[in-house]
Design a protein around this ligand. Structure first.
Ligand code: ASP
Length: 323
């Protein structure tokens, strides 16, 4: 199999069908492997951690777990893990899910007092007969698995919450600080495609609220025969349109990753249009990676970006957008 650089050198010799059509007659959207992509350019650091594994021939599942943990552990990222913004009652609750190349998955929702929900989600996948644990049950499981219990509310997040209490106005903010949830997709050298998604959810949410990020098919979906997708932004809109599952289905039907993301964005726009609702203050950004290593992104509003690491290096790219 030629890699992308070899393709660029030899493509004109006709070793790859120039029509871009595979045997099935579907369009092929060629990329390279290994590759890792993640939501928001701040994920460049997370990509480095993932590449340490991918670049050494490692497993995509280990890569996405290690990658998103960089953000979970960083108190400066106030939308993920330790230091995440709390709900309106001052509690930090975290959501995450992970999915492997066989379509196996694990998730935790409304997890309190453990800073790496992605690793707890992986344990749910690997150590239980279930796919999702919530609240107290998730906490109990994390404890049994030996994860360290801790207070996740940092002084900065507490201060931000106290400030918010002055108005107590719940208003989702578009592209909040340019780093929300981290969703990450990786394809390793052996062609295994895996994904992870982790968040502290919408700031000042109602106590108990869970968004799209830990919901398989919404915040993340991986199908080894088509590709993977993940989401960031207002989770309620992503869930209502089964965003990531829709994108993977579109790639299966032959759409490029970017086209597939655009179709999912258009779905949100059309259903809100029908309901007469404005999306002026709503952002959703999608990322997709197909089984051949081609990737793309699309968002409702301007301002969504992502980080890609492949044979061409680690870099920031800006997403296409609709509005
Ligand atoms: N999608 C996340 C949620 O709704 C939040 C975000 O990405 O900003 O919980």
């Amino acid at each position: 199999m030629l890699n992308r650089k070899q393709f660029l050198k030899t493509g004109l010799l006709g070793t790859i069908p120039l029509s871009g059509l595979g045997f099935s007659g579907k369009k092929k959207h060629v990329g390279s492997k290994p590759v890792v992509i993640a939501t928001w350019f701040t994920a460049l650091r997370a990509n480095e951690a993932a590449w340490e594994i991918l670049g050494n021939g490692g497993y995509a599942l280990d890569a996405v777990e290690a990658g998103v943990m960089v953000e979970e552990n960083d108190p400066k990222n106030m939308s993920v893990g330790y230091g995440g913004r709390p709900d309106r009652e001052g509690n930090v609750s975290l959501d995450a899910c992970i999915m492997d190349e066989r379509g196996e998955c694990g998730a935790v929702v409304f997890l309190q007092n453990y800073k790496n929900p992605i690793s707890v989600a992986r344990k749910v996948m690997e150590e239980t007969p279930h796919i999702m644990l919530a609240g107290k049950g998730a906490q109990q499981f994390a404890k049994e698995q030996g994860f360290e219990e801790m207070d996740l509310l940092t002084p900065e997040a507490k201060k931000a919450w106290e400030n918010w209490l002055k108005t107590s106005e719940y208003k989702p903010v578009v592209n909040i600080e340019n780093h929300d949830t981290i969703g990450m997709l990786a394809l390793d050298a052996d062609g295994r495609l895996c994904g992870a998604c982790t968040t502290s959810g919408a700031a000042w949410k109602m106590h108990g609220r869970v968004g799209d990020s830990p919901i398989i098919g919404a915040g993340l979906f991986v199908d080894p025969e088509a590709g993977g997708a993940c989401a960031t932004g207002l989770g309620e809109e992503v869930v209502k349109t089964a965003g990531s599952a829709l994108i993977v289905e579109m790639m299966r039907q032959g759409h490029s990753p970017e086209e597939a993301c655009k179709i999912a964005v258009d779905r949100i726009i059309s259903r809100n249009k029908k309901a007469g609702k404005s999306l002026k203050n709503t952002q959703v950004g999608y990322l997709a990676l197909n089984k051949d290593g081609a990737f793309g992104a699309y968002s409702i509003q301007k301002g969504f970006n992502y980080a890609v690491y492949n044979e061409d290096g680690n870099r920031r790219l800006d997403s296409g957008f609709r509005v």
